[in-house]
Design a protein around this ligand. Structure first.
Ligand code: UT7
Length: 348
């Protein structure tokens, strides 16, 4: 069995900064409320026309590949995690492949929202371990801003999320004890609707059928009225407190699972890089695991929650600032819509 290591990590964030005060121009909110409940001070929003989930993913990928010392021709497989794809289909993986002029390699899109990157990394790890591929490009990228509503009715969602991309090159290594030690994936669909975007989707007919104007027909029926759009039928829904309560249980659980699987304890962790959902969630997890501040990386203050991009952006920034060094034990963990969650333990 081969082993896999992260040979290069990179990220890209758009240059447009929106502070909490900037958002107060569009909706009833305040810097004090947002900072107190989430820790977020500002976030980046992509250019409305020029930047997409794919283009940001490409920029992050270029950095990761340069740091890994590989060219686009050497990538054997692409895994792209996002909940905000450029098109409903096809996925962003093939768009990135086209943009980067890669060979006719396979491209897989992952739809696991906040835990998408950890899921993608785990899949890549399996492909490398079996010897099927040597270099896999794993990307997490999101352009949330295009689908968010900046009116007061959506303020619990729209103050949290931001745009950006992160990427890693997962590469085969022969070095014993180095690389990904293990990954752990979980889900529980019981509360799938608590953090979801229902439309467009095959289930949306059921949701819309009693609404005025719904066509009485035997087949088809991708249907929505202007009024329903105005009422928010196409907007993401989130029961924030329900997500929060589940997250603070599942984050520590899946981190401990990874540690136990490797005969380690929280004390062995050199750096925990959690999905940046809410600074309060990260701080709670930190407290439960008795980790000192220098062992937990947070950058939600600058970028908000970038969903599938948050873990690789944070990992990339941590690496750039010298907080990820050779031999360090790095723990990645994520939780989000689905609910789906996971962790990865890495000897750098
Ligand atoms: O990555 C995984 C995805 N998501 C998460 O992890 C999110 C987890 N949940 C959270 O982070 C928190 O639940 C939120 C930050 C989303 C909300 O914080 P909360 O402390 O749970 O607030 P809440 O939803 O219980 O709302 C409390 C009050 C409400 O007003 P009333 O009903 O008490 O008068 C909301 O209308 O705060 C109000 N509110 C706001 N006020 C100002 C909600 N959003 C805002 C806002 N600005 N942006």
């Amino acid at each position: 069995m081969y082993r896999s290591k992260i040979a290069g990590v990179g990220h890209y964030v758009p240059k447009n900064v929106y502070t909490n005060d900037d958002l107060s121009r569009f909706m009833e909110t305040s810097d004090a409320w947002i900072q107190e409940r989430t820790g977020i001070r500002e976030r980046r929003f992509a250019d409305r026309l020029e930047e997409t989930t794919t283009t940001m993913g490409v920029e992050a990928a270029k950095v990761a590949m340069e740091r890994a010392g590989i060219t686009a021709q050497e990538v054997d497989f692409i895994i792209f995690a996002t909940l905000s794809p450029d098109y409903y289909f096809p996925g962003c993986g093939v768009l990135l492949q086209r943009e980067m002029q890669m060979r006719e390699i396979g491209a897989l899109d992952i739809r696991n929202q906040c835990s998408g990157f950890v899921y993608a990394l785990s899949i890549a790890d399996q492909f490398v371990k079996t010897g099927m591929y040597k270099n896999i490009l794993v990307v997490g990228s999101e352009k949330h801003s295009f689908a968010m509503d900046f009116e007061t009715r959506s303020r619990n969602v729209s103050v949290i999320f931001g745009d950006g991309a992160g990427a890693v090159v997962l590469q085969r290594t022969d070095k014993e004890g180095q690389g990904i030690l293990s990954t752990h994936l979980h889900s529980d669909g019981a509360d799938a609707e608590e953090l979801a975007m229902y439309y467009p989707g095959a289930h949306a007919n059921k949701w819309l059928k009693d609404k005025p104007g719904y066509p009485d027909q035997e087949l088809g029926g991708l249907f929505i009225t202007k009024e329903q759009i105005e009422q928010g039928a196409t907007l993401p829904y989130m029961d924030g407190p329900a997500v929060f309560k589940k997250a603070v249980v599942k984050f520590p659980e899946v981190i401990r699972e990874a540690l136990e699987a490797n005969g380690m304890t929280a004390e062995d962790i050199d750096l925990l890089v959690p999905h940046q959902a809410n600074l309060r969630i990260s701080q709670y997890v930190q407290q439960l695991l008795s980790l000192p501040d220098e062992k937990v990386f947070n950058n939600i203050q600058k970028y908000g929650n970038t969903t599938a991009a948050s873990v690789p952006i944070a990992l990339s920034e941590a690496w750039e600032s010298g907080r990820v060094k050779e031999g360090d034990l790095i723990c990645l963990a994520a939780f989000g819509s689905g609910f789906a969650w996971g962790s990865a333990l890495i000897r750098w």
